[in-house]
Design a protein around this ligand. Structure first.
Ligand code: 18C
Length: 258
């Protein structure tokens, strides 16, 4: 009993260590690094087509089909003021606030707490007529990129949330619902802009946060291409605008969390 308690305390003190002993860890670490470098690649290469633009928000997609299913990769960039990268990433990752901003959901279950920074989610999404209802089972990992990492560039700090489809014995894909296959990353960087003078403290007016959101969702089963692309065009801009505004409003009168 005492040993177990000691182990529990040790795990709480070292969340990364518990994640590292989990069988999914090598995949979580590899995919998170890959997604970070994918997110940081330029969108001006010609393969991305702009499909939505509003203020600082720009959304690009690539038309792609796999086995006749539309999977169109998406890449969105945005800039906001007044909230930090950590605040953005935390609210995107945390199950506690998901229903406050995510509008495509019917149900969320946390199937496993892999560690303090990694959860396994089962989400039931709203049905889109005339297609079958979808669910998604994925691990979700949040991490800060070390200041020494070249990926930090000239940012004050960099955070990433990576979501990737997975499996769990408690929720087999038994065909009752169509399971989507997703790879999603949400990368945020805080810049102190305008800069603060030596000895002065940073206020929310000095926070400029750059966001990159990348997503590839395979619908997993039949869905007419036209319906899918309509949902896609409507839901992604709606999500990014609503989510960022939600975090700005929520954190406005709180001390800044870097
Ligand atoms: O990244 C986002 N949210 C995270 C937390 O929830 C997480 C979730 C990803 C969900 C991926 C999509 C799952 C299927 C959705 C079904 C359709 C819902 C529409 C309901 C409208 C009332 O990473 C933010 C995601 C915001 C955008 C989601 C829209 C994606 C649509 C494109 C893919 C379509 C897949 C198949 C749907 C079939 C119906 C035509």
């Amino acid at each position: 009993e005492e040993f177990r308690e000691r182990l529990r305390l040790k795990q709480l003190a070292a969340p990364h260590k518990t994640a590292m002993t989990h069988p999914l860890w090598p995949e979580i670490d590899r995919v998170t690094r890959e997604q970070l470098s994918y997110a940081q690649q330029d969108v001006d290469g010609g393969i991305w087509q702009l499909f939505a633009e509003e203020g600082e928000m720009k959304m690009y997609r690539r038309e792609l089909e796999e086995d006749g299913l539309v999977v169109d990769p998406l890449k969105a960039v945005h800039q906001i003021r007044g909230a930090s990268a950590h605040e953005m990433a935390h609210h995107f990752w945390s199950p506690d606030v998901r229903f406050e901003w995510e509008t495509t959901l019917e149900q969320v279950t946390v199937l496993d707490r892999i560690s303090e920074d990694t959860l396994l989610f089962l989400q039931l999404h709203k049905r889109v007529w005339p297609t079958a209802q979808r669910d998604a089972l994925f691990w979700s990992h949040i991490r800060e990129i070390p200041k020494s990492d070249p990926a930090n560039c000239d940012a004050h700090d960099t955070w990433i949330v990576c979501n990737k489809s997975s499996e769990h014995p408690d929720a087999p894909n038994d065909g009752k619902c169509v399971r989507v296959d997703l790879t999603i990353c949400f990368v945020c960087q805080t810049f102190i802009d305008p800069p603060v003078a030596e000895g002065e403290s940073v206020s929310r007016d000095n926070l400029l946060t750059k966001i990159t959101y990348c997503s590839v969702v395979n619908p997993g089963g039949w869905a007419p291409a036209s319906v899918l692309r309509t949902v896609y065009k409507r839901e992604y801009p709606k999500f990014l605008k609503r989510f960022t505004q939600y975090v700005i409003d929520k954190t406005a009168d709180q001390p800044i969390a870097f």
